[in-house]
Design a protein around this ligand. Structure first.
Ligand code: JFZ
Length: 593
């Protein structure tokens, strides 16, 4: 009730502030239709930074390749010289587009101008651009526009609207322009950003979306002006979430961050194939094809888009390890694409232990990462399943559905081949009789384990300054106060003795982790007191940059099946590093398994 009232009030209050009426939901739905259908796109980070490729004056520069000017504090006068050498003669727009198309990608987002300020297109606004400042003299965005139209892919542009290390009035270059009081961001914005965005939307045919980035301290007015300009010039062009002030048509997750849990808005996650966006010659840490295919499924199962990056070299070539992996993903897509394109999120609020689920009207796609052998069991599907079959082909699979009247549990058993049809992701499609109905309550799973994800807990607090929240991975952050605690309800089918385990998360790139907290887990009237200590690491393939830590808290005997209530109350939280209790989930694992 409260919520409805807030919304009704918010709309009339917001209207007078808008230069023109905000997009209605229908307009936005229409704009998003192709993008929701696409689910998979190619990101291209390409610019002058491909020349140093992670090395400056013989020294490797740590961090992202496209950030080298910033990390090595290269003066504008020196960095500019790179333009004179930039001659990517091996660049072939049709080849780039073919790599994307063969991977099953439906759109391409290329850096038209990154934070270094160099335009990768012919611009009348600034001579610091690929046509006027390099011996190459060609406009790769023009060539890509034509190639995308030939191949039926959508071309989209990344544009860094606040950071511009080339301009005295842009954000970020504190080594050449240390005096912040002399800066006039509005001037840079009016004289470079708006006119260049206008060029991008006027000279390159229909553009799918503009991927703005790092809004920093952009004002509401400026974000709005940018979004309005895009929509005025090309009403069908989408604006990314990082335009600032929630004015995008969809949200961006943090880089390489796969969202879980209820994501309310349309969202996309940008992911690197190795550990950099712009090319670095010494970065060989390539993600495996299996990780890529599974991440894509995971993102689709949460209703999002997967934007996978390549970083071409200074010669204009996509690195071979990237080409190979994308071809392998494409091979999987040729057989299994219908389980990704045009799908919506899983109807279950939680992730299954064996993989993920995507949906279409009357259909569920079970993406099985952990192949079970000869029998596959799924709990919680209430609607009648007409048919189950593998997307790799073959006759329909024998199935049996049972409703256990005592527990209310719906059980689906499918006879499966002994060996996984696909090593990365074998997809079983279920065709329903009518719509899809599932049990949304947390259930003990067929592998006998119970997982209570933090993002599905109820949050309670007595603390005056409660600040616990969830990051987009569904992991708790800012749990620093013992006045905040969590609870869950779940359905247990097998009374037994269980190990109680807590999973917590390290910081990005495994840089840090905070433990030593004391907690009490109460299950079925029993208190389990334990320490959040480091009892081992857990593989975290969906978010490989964040290591998981396992803590064994104790054991509990549960004597009755049925609905259970669990609370997790911290007795002591160590918060010296301000990470606190970074809970991912509590798990119950049958003793001795
Ligand atoms: C930004 C850029 O700085 C980077 O160079 C690259 O282009 C990437 C795609 O986007 O970096 C970010 C922006 C936002 C987050 C992380 C990195 N974030 O929200 O977590």
């Amino acid at each position: 009730m409260n919520r409805a009232v807030t919304i009704l009030l918010a709309i009339p209050l917001a209207l007078p502030l808008l230069a023109q009426p905000a997009a209605t939901n229908t307009q936005r739905d229409q704009r998003l239709a192709w993008w929701r259908d696409a689910r998979f796109g190619m990101f291209i980070h390409w610019g002058l930074y491909a020349i140093p490729a992670g090395e400056w004056k013989g020294q490797p520069v740590p961090g992202l390749g496209e950030w080298i000017m910033n990390h090595a504090q290269i003066p504008v006068a020196e960095y500019e010289q790179l333009a004179k050498q930039f001659n990517p003669v091996k660049f072939n727009a049709d080849e780039f587009v073919a790599v994307a198309k063969n991977a099953g990608m439906k759109y391409i987002v290329i850096t038209s101008k990154h934070h270094d300020g160099f335009a990768m297109f012919g611009s009348k606004v600034s001579p610091y651009n690929i046509v006027d400042a390099t011996p190459f003299h060609r406009d790769p965005l023009k060539e890509l526009s034509a190639a995308c139209q030939r191949a039926g892919l959508r071309l989209c542009f990344y544009y860094s609207q606040t950071q511009d290390w080339h301009e005295p009035d842009g954000v970020g270059n504190t080594w050449d322009f240390p005096d912040a009081s002399k800066q006039n961001f509005q001037k840079y914005y009016d004289e470079k950003v708006l006119p260049q965005v206008r060029e991008l939307l006027t000279n390159y045919g229909p553009i799918g979306l503009i991927w703005f980035d790092t809004p920093r301290n952009i004002t509401l007015e400026q974000s709005r002006q940018l979004a309005d300009l895009v929509h005025k010039l090309q009403p069908d062009c989408l604006v990314s979430g990082r335009v600032g002030h929630n004015l995008g048509d969809y949200d961006s997750a943090g880089d390489n961050q796969i969202s879980v849990g209820k994501v309310k808005r349309d969202w996309e996650t940008p992911v690197t194939l190795n550990d950099t966006w712009g090319f670095k010659k010494d970065d060989h840490n390539w993600k495996s094809t299996t990780v890529l295919i599974r991440q894509m499924g995971q993102v689709a199962s949460r209703g999002g888009n997967y934007l996978l990056n390549v970083g071409p070299t200074a010669e204009g070539v996509i690195p071979q390890p990237s080409v190979e992996r994308l071809a392998e993903v494409g091979k999987w897509m040729k057989t299994n694409g219908e389980s990704i394109y045009g799908t919506t999120a899983s109807p279950f609020p939680y992730e299954e232990p064996w993989g993920v689920i995507t949906a279409k009207p009357g259909k569920l796609y079970l993406h099985v990462f952990q192949w079970p052998g000869k029998e596959f069991v799924v709990y919680g599907i209430e609607s009648k399943v007409k048919q189950a079959r593998l997307l790799t082909g073959g006759a329909p699979l024998a199935l049996r559905q049972q409703h256990h009247a005592d527990s209310g549990l719906d059980e689906l058993r499918i006879a499966t081949p002994a060996d996984a049809p696909d090593a990365s992701d074998s997809v079983i499609v279920l065709e329903m009789d009518g719509g899809v109905r599932v049990t949304t309550m947390l259930l003990q799973q067929p592998d006998h384990k119970v997982t209570l994800p933090a993002y599905l807990s109820e949050v309670h607090h007595t603390a005056a300054n409660a600040q616990l929240r969830f990051d987009s991975r569904g992991v708790v952050e800012r749990w620093l106060d013992t006045g905040e605690w969590l609870s869950w309800d779940f359905q247990l089918s097998e009374p037994a003795r269980y190990d109680v385990v807590a999973i917590t998360s390290g910081q990005k790139y495994g840089k840090d982790w905070e433990g030593g907290h004391r907690v009490t887990v109460n299950i079925a009237g029993n208190d389990v007191r334990g320490l959040i200590g480091d009892d081992g690491k857990l593989d975290n393939p969906s978010n490989p940059y964040w290591p998981y830590v396992v803590s064994k808290l104790g054991t509990v005997e549960i004597t009755k099946a049925g609905k259970q209530h669990v609370t997790l109350v911290p007795q002591q939280i160590v918060a010296a590093k301000k990470f606190g209790l970074t809970l991912v989930s509590i798990q119950l694992v049958p003793k001795g398994s």
